[in-house]
Design a protein around this ligand. Structure first.
Ligand SMILES: Cc1cc2nc3c(=O)[nH]c(=O)nc-3n(C[C@H](O)[C@H](O)[C@H](O)COP(=O)(O)OP(=O)(O)OC[C@H]3O[C@@H](n4cnc5c(N)ncnc54)[C@H](O)[C@@H]3O)c2cc1C
Length: 432
């Protein structure tokens, strides 16, 4: 019998476990470990609460967790409760699928002022991440800024602009719903260093902005290259740019505006003890397509600034780390140690992009670790002994189901669940 540990229960971890199970059948046991008793990583804590059809991918992961060769072991933080070297002693191979949970910094003065938050914090706040339950973003001013030109920036802008009614059927947490309902934000400026042809926003997410109850997107036609230039774009990007161009024709008859400010680089954040404005430099594209400052400055008022410019992985002791992720070659970090998903590639791609990643690494493992055994490793039994000796109490998949059922049973009307937002609440629900 072979024993494999997959660290992280987000999409990359689950696809890897699924692939390992297919590769080894009954000849392996696969443990998916997570620091939380609740699985699915960013499916629970990142993907927007009003995108329930995407979150439904977790049903597929449930099937993996319920299969006979796979176990979910929660409430265990690798690097704190148990080291990677210890896991390598206990398992035939270890796969790090720990994602990229930290916001990249803008690197401008004033970034630490109150009211400037990273998208991981803001998104975690409305999605019930225990570390951000107390974020309390300032929503009392009329103007918010979202920095970034990807889908996460769009998620943040859309969530800021929706009505309570538009959250029906979502699993947004109660504290965020209440706060957003009383929000005074009326203008959300989305700052992008480059232009419409350089966005990383996809058509579905952009298309939604044209159909909001109280909010309308605003673009400046002068920011767009001539229409014919769109021909050279990839079809997906062409569609996105076409949707953006269409925003110029929308009637400006709503109470909230989402203003796309392209060629705009934040250079300084200012305010007395809290953010009041962002100083922005107008940019243009250089010959390589990078943003180049023009020296022309202006200010945009804001009492809330959300930076959505990318993420980095948490380092883990003794694992080589560089540029915000684990150093790896096609997923291989060191002998019997691998990385998948955002911990391997950085924060790009969709949920589905993590699937080929997981399958590729499982193939590599299958080639390096033949079924059968050269001396049995202890796997989960040894891990649980070690954790017990340290006073760490792991949770299992049944515990998660109990938490999930309780969340569903206490749901507000029109919501699929009312999430617990604190680690203690998860543990109390399972009698710890
Ligand atoms: C705000 C946001 C919105 C998104 N929306 C979409 C969308 O609409 N559609 C789409 O296709 N993609 C979306 N994505 C991208 C998608 O979420 C990612 O591609 C995917 O989650 C990456 O998977 P992962 O498994 O690498 O990481 P994660 O999903 O982050 O999972 C990592 C897991 O590792 C665990 N972990 C971390 N460190 C440790 C440790 N030391 N010990 C134990 N466990 C640990 C974490 O608790 C977590 O469960 C979104 C991303 C973000 C940030």
């Amino acid at each position: 019998m072979r024993h494999f540990a997959v660290v992280g229960s987000g999409p990359a971890g689950f696809y890897t476990a699924e692939a390992l199970e297919k590769a080894y059948g009954d000849n392996a046991r696969i443990d998916i470990l997570d620091r939380y008793p609740v699985p699915y990583g960013l499916i629970r804590f990142g993907v927007a609460p009003d995108h329930q059809s995407l979150k439904a991918v977790s049903k597929r992961y449930d099937k993996v967790a319920e299969s006979s060769g796979v176990d979910f072991i929660g409430n265990v933080t690798i690097g704190r409760d148990v080291s990677v070297a210890e896991l390598l002693d206990l398992y035939d191979a270890v796969v790090l699928a720990t994602g990229a949970p930290h916001d990249r910094k803008l690197g401008v003065p004033g970034e630490d002022l109150a009211g400037v938050v990273g998208s991981a914090e803001f998104v975690g706040w409305y999605n019930g991440h225990p570390e951000f339950a107390d974020l309390d973003p300032p929503l009392g001013g009329s103007h918010a800024i979202v920095v970034g030109n990807g889908n996460v920036a769009l998620d943040c802008a859309r969530i800021l602009s929706k009505t309570r009614h538009e959250f029906e059927g979502s699993d947004i947490v109660g504290h965020a719903l209440e706060a957003l309902e009383h929000s005074r934000v009326r203008t959300i400026t989305i700052l992008g260093r480059r232009g419409p042809h350089q966005i990383a926003m996809t058509p579905k997410e952009l298309g939604e902005l044209g159909h909001l109850e109280d909010a309308v997107p605003v673009v400046e036609t002068a920011d767009f290259p001539p229409l014919g230039a769109d021909e050279a774009l990839d079809p997906g990007l062409r569609k996105s740019v076409s949707l953006l161009r269409g925003f110029a024709d929308l009637p400006q008859d709503k109470t909230k505006q989402m203003v796309f400010d392209f060629f705009a680089k934040p250079v300084r954040i200012e305010g007395e003890g809290k953010v009041e404005r962002v100083i922005v430099e107008r940019t243009e594209l250089d010959e390589k397509g990078a943003a180049k400052g023009t020296g022309q400055m202006y200010e945009v008022p804001a009492s809330l600034v959300i930076t959505a410019i990318g993420y980095s992985t948490s380092p883990i002791a003794e694992v080589p780390f560089e540029g915000g992720r684990f150093v790896n070659e096609n997923g291989l970090i060191a002998e019997r140690l691998y990385a998948v998903g955002w911990a391997r590639r950085g924060p790009t791609g969709t949920i589905g992009t993590n699937r080929p990643d997981g399958y590729e690494v499982a193939d590599q493992i299958a080639a390096a670790v033949p079924a059968g055994s050269n001396g049995e490793r202890d796997g989960a039994a040894g891990l649980k002994r070690l954790l017990g000796s340290r006073g760490v109490m792991p949770t299992d998949y049944d515990d998660w189901r109990k938490i999930e059922e309780t969340e569903v049973s206490r749901a507000r009307p029109g919501s699929p669940r009312e999430k617990f937002v604190r680690h203690e609440e998860w543990l109390r629900t399972i009698g710890r």
